[in-house]
Design a protein around this ligand. Structure first.
Ligand code: ATP
Length: 822
C-alpha cells in the first residue's frame, strides 16, 4: 500500500474516527503510524484497525509507550563537554545553546508544546532584548512545528513533510528501552536524515559518562542497521570524523578562515562579526549554527542525508588542483544552505576535522559492537531480534557484548579499513570478521605498544617465572614494512601514515634483505640515522632532518639503518597469534642482515638482574634509549589491540626520572627577557584528556632548549597565535601566557617527578578531586612529529605515572594501572 495512503488513514483516524484510538495516536503518533503501516502491509484491510486494542499492532509495552510519549533527553553526569564552550562567552550564547538542547528535549511532565514555551520563557528571564525577539520568533515557529499545528495546517496536502516534521522533533536516542524501528523517525529503506545523526551527536555532547555516550550512539546505529543499513558506513565515518582509512592520507581539516568565508557568503554576515563570535565562543560550529538560525530563507532546500553529507565531505577532501579553494567553498556552501538546527554545528566541526564531543575512536567501535550485540544485523525486515538483552540475564549479555567488542576492535586494529569491515558486519555479522577481514600486507596495522617501567627490579618482578628477552631500544622512527603478494612495497609509521615516499633507500634494499622464499611479509622495525664514517647510530634529531615526502634517493644525505625486531605476516599467513620466539625465529630464517643497512635488533635472553643491568648500560653506550623487554613463550603474542604488558620499556631516563618521558601539547608562550629577548623564553604545556576533549595545563617549561630551538619554536608558533585561549583549554589565570597558540605540536619532555598541584589541571579529578598534577623540573627533549595532538600522553596516563612513583606507592595509594586498548 502506498505510504501516502496509510499516512492519510492515520491522520484521518487521529482527527476523529476512532475515539478510543485518538488518545494513543496523539500521545505517540509516530509509533502508531508505523504500527498502522506494518499492520496494513500485513493485513491489507481497514477493518482490521481494531487489533490495536489487543496489542497486536504495538510491539512495545504500555510503559514504553508511556515513556515514548514524553521521552525527555536527560543530561547524564556533570555537564562537562560543553560547559566550556560558554564558560567565557556572553549570556546570549548561553541562552542560545540552552535553547538548542531544549528544542530537542520535551519534558516528561509538560506537554511538548508547553515545555518549549516554558523553557523558552525561562531563558527569556535571563536573556537580552535581542534574544527576547529571537525567542519570540522561535516560540512562534516552534508552535507552528508542533505535531498538532502541523496536522491542522496540512489537512490533506504535504502529508509527507508533516510526518517527518512531527516525529523528527522527538527523536531521542537517549531513551531507555530504545526501539530501533519505533523510536526512529525515518522509515525502512529511506536514506538516514542527517539530523538523526546530528541530534544523536547533540545528545552525546551533553553527556560526560562514557558508557552513556556508547549507549546513545549504539541506539542510533541500531536504527541505521535495521532501517537504512547502507548508511552505517557513512555514519561510522562521520562519527570518527574521517572520510577514509588513515593510511590513504585523505582527511578533512579545512582551514578555519575558509569555513568562515563560507558562513559569510551564505548568511550575509560580515567577516568581522563571524570572527568576533568565533573568538568569543572558540567554536566555529556554534557560530555557524547561530548564524544560520538568524537567517530567513524563502525556499526550504531539501533535507540533508547522512550519505549525501558524507559523499560531499569526501569529495572535498579529494579535491586538488587549480582554484581548489573556491570549489571547496562552493561545495561547503551548498551543504550549509540546507542545514537546519544543529546540522550546521556538526557540519562545520566535521569540515574543521574535530567534532569536539568527546567521541573517541574506541567509543565509536564500542557503540558499534553494542548495537550489533543488541540488534544483530539481519537481512530480514523487521529483524527477528530487536533487543537481545531482553532474552538473557545481565551477565550473559555482558559476556556476549565483550566478545563482540573484542572481535571488532581486534579486527579494526589488524586491518583498520571500515570499507571492508562494515559490509561484512551487515552481511554476515561481527563473528565473521576474523575470517573475512584479516591482516593484509598493504594495510597498516596498529602497532604493539609497551608499558613504561622504572627499573630493572620492576621488570624482573613483572616477568617473574616467564622467559623473556631484552632488545636495544633504538631511537629512530618506527617503520612497518610491507610487501604484498603482487610485489608492492610500503612503509607505514607508528600512526599508520604512509611513509613510503620518505624512504626510497630502504625499499630499494629490500631485495637484498628478504630471503628467496619470501613472497609477502609485514615486518616491524625501527629506522635509525646512521653515521657511515663512525659506523654508529646517530640521534633521532638527525633523522628528523630528512625530507618527509617524495624523497629522491640521490638527494638523501642522512643514511638510515633499519633494525628489524618482529615479523607479523609471512607468505599469506598472519603471525600475530604466534609467540614471540617463533616470530623471531621466522624473522631470522627468512631475512638476511646487510651491514650498516638492515640489522636484527641486538638482543639478550637472560633472567638475571646483573645481566639486564649491564645490557642496559651497553645499549646506552651504543646510542640507544634503553631496552625493550619482551616475553618469549607465555603471553608472548603480538598484542595489537592493547598497550600490552608483554612488552616493557626501560629507558635510561627512567633511572633518574619518573619512568617515562611525557608527550605534551604546547598551549602558549611567555615572551623571553634578557638573553632570550625576541623569542619565547618559556611555554605553557598541557596533556590531553580524550574523555572530555580538554587540554589540561601540566607545567611551564623553560629548560632544555638551545638558542636555535627557541628561534625555531618562535618562528613556528608565530603562525599559530590565537587571540584568546580556546574554551577547552584548562589552566589557572596565574599561568596565563603572553600568547596563546592553537594546539598544533607535541613535544617530548622529561621531568624529575610528578606532584599534586593546586594550579595545574592535568588529570584533575582522577587522582584528587580538586588538584591536578604538575611536572617538576621539566626539560625539553624534542618535537614529536610522529604523534598527533590526540596521541600525546593522556590525563589517565599522567595519573598512572603519578601513582607509579615509588614514594606514592609506599604511601599505599591505589594503583589505577589498567591495560589500555591501543
Ligand atoms: P608509545 O609508543 O608507547 O606511545 P612512544 O611513541 O613515546 O610511546 P617509546 O616510549 O619511545 O615510544 O617506545 C616505543 C617505541 O620504541 C616503538 O614504537 C618503536 O618505535 C621503538 N623501538 C625501538 N627499538 C625497539 C625494539 N627493539 N622493539 C620495539 N620497539 C622499539
Amino acid at each position: 500500500m502506498p505510504t501516502i495512503f496509510w499516512r492519510f488513514i492515520s491522520k484521518f483516524i487521529q482527527n476523529s474516527v476512532v475515539p478510543s484510538l485518538q488518545l494513543r495516536l496523539k500521545t505517540n503518533s509516530k509509533m502508531t503510524q508505523r504500527t498502522l503501516m506494518s499492520y496494513f502491509s500485513s493485513k491489507n484491510s481497514i477493518e482490521n484497525i481494531k487489533p490495536v486494542t489487543n496489542n497486536k499492532l504495538v510491539e512495545t509495552s504500555p510503559e514504553e509507550l508511556e515513556v515514548s510519549k514524553s521521552s525527555p533527553i536527560k543530561t547524564y553526569g556533570k555537564r562537562k563537554k560543553n560547559s566550556h564552550l560558554f564558560s567565557d562567552s556572553s549570556d546570549e550564547e548561553s541562552n542560545y545553546n540552552k535553547k538548542t538542547c531544549e528544542n530537542n528535549s520535551p519534558s516528561k511532565e509538560k506537554s511538548p508544546i508547553k515545555e518549549q514555551l516554558y523553557s523558552t520563557n525561562k531563558d527569556n528571564n535571563k536573556s537580552t532584548d535581542k534574544n527576547k525577539e529571537l525567542d519570540q520568533s522561535n516560540i512562534n515557529s516552534k508552535i507552528n512545528e508542533t505535531p498538532e499545528m502541523k496536522l491542522l495546517q496540512n489537512s490533506t496536502n504535504n502529508i509527507v513533510s508533516d510526518h517527518s516534521m512531527s516525529t523528527e522533533m522527538y527523536y531521542d536516542p537517549t531513551k531507555k528501552s530504545y526501539h530501533p524501528i519505533n523510536d526512529a523517525f525515518w522509515s525502512q529503506n529511506q536514506e538516514t536524515p542527517y539530523c538523526a545523526l546530528t541530534k544523536t551527536l547533540l545528545c552525546i555532547e551533553e553527556v560526560s559518562a562514557r558508557l552513556k555516550i556508547i549507549e546513545i550512539l549504539s541506539n542510533y546505529f541500531r536504527s541505521v542497521i535495521v532501517l537504512s543499513p547502507k548508511d552505517l558506513l557513512p555514519s561510522v565515518y562521520l562519527c570518527l570524523n574521517k572520510v577514509a582509512p588513515d593510511y590513504t592520507g585523505l582527511e578533512l581539516g579545512i582551514a578555519e578562515t575558509t569555513l568562515m568565508k563560507a558562513i559569510v557568503q551564505t548568511t550575509g554576515r560580515s567577516m568581522a562579526q563571524v570572527k568576533s563570535d568565533v573568538n568569543k565562543t572558540g567554536d566555529l560550529g556554534i557560530v555557524a549554527e547561530k548564524s544560520k538560525s538568524n537567517q530567513r530563507t524563502m525556499f526550504k532546500p531539501s533535507r540533508l542525508t547522512v550519505k549525501g553529507v558524507f559523499e560531499k565531505l569526501k569529495e572535498i577532501s579529494e579535491m586538488t588542483g587549480h582554484a581548489v579553494l573556491a570549489k571547496k567553498v562552493d561545495k561547503i556552501q551548498s551543504m550549509f544552505i540546507a542545514c537546519q538546527d544543529s546540522e550546521a554545528r556538526f557540519l562545520m566541526r566535521s569540515l574543521a576535522g574535530k567534532l569536539r564531543i568527546g567521541l573517541a575512536e574506541q567509543s565509536v567501535l564500542q557503540a558499534l559492537a553494542l548495537a550489533c550485540t543488541l540488534t544483530p544485523p539481519s537481512l530480514n525486515y523487521p529483524p527477528e531480534i530487536i533487543n537481545i538483552s531482553k532474552e538473557m540475564n545481565e551477565e550473559k549479555f555482558k559476556k556476549l557484548y565483550d566478545e563482540k567488542s573484542l572481535i571488532l576492535k581486534t579486527t579494526y586494529c589488524e586491518s583498520p579499513n571500515l570499507d571492508a569491515i562494515i559490509p561484512i558486519i551487515l552481511e554476515k555479522g561481527v563473528d565473521a570478521l576474523p575470517e573475512n577481514c584479516k591482516l593484509t600486507p598493504g594495510v597498516p596495522l596498529k602497532p604493539m605498544l609497551a608499558h613504561p617501567t622504572k627499573g630493572v627490579h620492576e621488570v624482573l618482578d613483572r616477568f617473574d617465572g616467564l622467559k623473556f628477552t631484552c632488545e636495544w631500544k633504538y631511537d629512530g622512527e618506527r617503520a612497518q614494512i610491507h610487501l604484498t603478494e603482487d610485489g608492492n612495497t610500503y612503509i607505514f609509521s607508528r600512526n599508520q601514515e604512509n611513509n613510503t615516499s620518505k624512504y626510497p633507500d630502504i625499499l630499494n634494499r629490500l631485495n637484498l634483505v628478504k630471503g628467496p622464499n619470501v613472497q609477502s611479509f609485514v615486518m616491524d622495525s625501527e629506522a635509525v640515522a646512521w653515521d657511515k664514517e663512525k659506523k654508529k647510530i646517530m640521534p633521532f634529531q638527525i633523522l628528523s632532518t630528512r625530507k618527509r615526502k617524495n624523497a629522491n634517493e640521490e638527494d638523501i644525505k642522512v643514511q638510515v639503518c633499519v633494525f628489524m625486531f618482529d615479523l607479523l605476516y609471512l607468505n599469506g599467513e598472519p603471525l600475530v597469534k604466534r609467540p614471540f620466539w617463533e616470530r623471531r625465529k621466522l624473522l631470522k630464517e627468512n631475512f638476511i642482515e646487510v651491514e650498516e643497512q638492515f640489522l636484527f635488533a641486538t638482543s639478550l635472553d637472560t633472567i638475571t638482574m646483573e645481566e639486564v643491568q649491564d645490557f642496559l648500560e651497553e645499549s646506552i653506550k651504543g646510542n640507544c634509549e634503553g631496552l625493550m623487554v619482551k616475553t618469549l613463550e607465555e603471553d608472548a603474542t603480538y598484542e595489537i589491540a592493547k598497550r600490552s604488558r608483554n612488552w616493557l620499556k626501560l629507558k635510561k631516563d627512567y633511572l633518574d626520572g619518573v619512568g617515562d618521558t611525557i608527550d605534551v601539547v604546547v598551549l602558549g608562550g611567555y615572551l623571553g627577557r634578557g638573553k632570550r629577548t625576541g623569542t619565547y623564553g618559556g611555554f605553557l604545556l598541557a596533556c590531553y584528556d580524550p574523555e572530555s576533549e580538554e587540554y589540561q595545563s601540566i607545567c611551564k617549561i623553560g629548560t632544555g632548549f638551545t638558542d636555535e630551538d627557541l628561534q625555531n619554536h618562535t618562528e613556528f608558533f608565530k603562525e599559530h597565535v590565537i587571540e584568546r585561549p580556546r574554551s577547552y583549554y584548562r589552566y589557572d589565570q596565574s599561568h596565563e601566557p603572553d600568547h596563546w597558540f592553537e594546539t598544533i605540536q607535541v613535544w617530548e619532555i622529561k621531568c624529575a617527578d610528578l606532584s599534586l598541584s593546586p594550579v595545574h589541571r592535568a588529570a584533575l579529578g582522577i587522582v584528587d578531586p580538586e588538584k591536578g598534577i604538575s611536572l617538576r623540573f621539566p626539560r625539553f627533549l624534542r618535537i614529536r612529529d610522529d604523534k598527533t595532538i590526540e596521541q600525546s600522553t593522556s590525563a589517565q596516563q599522567i595519573a598512572e605515572l603519578y601513582y607509579s612513583q615509588v614514594q606514592i606507592m609506599n604511601q599505599g595509594s591505589t594503583n589505577t594501572n589498567k591495560e589500555d586498548f591501543y
